[in-house]
Design a protein around this ligand. Structure first.
Ligand SMILES: [Zn+2]
Length: 117
């Protein structure tokens, strides 16, 4: 089950983009198959890096927690692996790197990169 619980303020989104729905759908499949609730703690709310896809409702921050509320890193590793393996190209999952040690960030990024020709 997906649960929406902001860490500092309610979870908000401006527009439910198809990419956002795809991320939420895949996270819910993982949750249902593995027996862990997944907490969505940020979409388009709070403060993120400049130009973050959170500001376009194209990024989601997830946590999987133990019953006592502490982050379950092993389960989040499994969730990140699942998202990387099941979402098509254009989606990026960020986990276990600086600033992403206690939550999984997943985004739909189809932005064009600088041209090389
Ligand atoms: Zn994020």
């Amino acid at each position: 089950m997906l649960k929406f619980k902001g860490l500092r303020e309610p979870v908000a989104l401006e527009f439910p983009t198809p990419g956002l729905w795809k991320i939420l759908q895949q996270a819910s499949i993982w949750s249902n198959r593995n027996g862990y609730d997944v907490v969505i703690h940020s979409i388009h709310d709070h403060t993120h890096a400049k130009a973050s896809l959170h500001y376009e409702s194209l990024a989601v921050d997830f946590q999987v927690r133990f019953a006592n509320g502490k982050p379950n890193r092993a389960a989040m590793s499994q969730l990140a692996t699942w998202l990387r393996g099941t979402l098509p190209s254009g989606f990026d999952t960020v986990w276990d790197v600086p600033h992403h040690k206690n939550h999984v960030h997943c985004e739909c990024d189809f932005r064009a990169r600088p041209r090389k020709n």
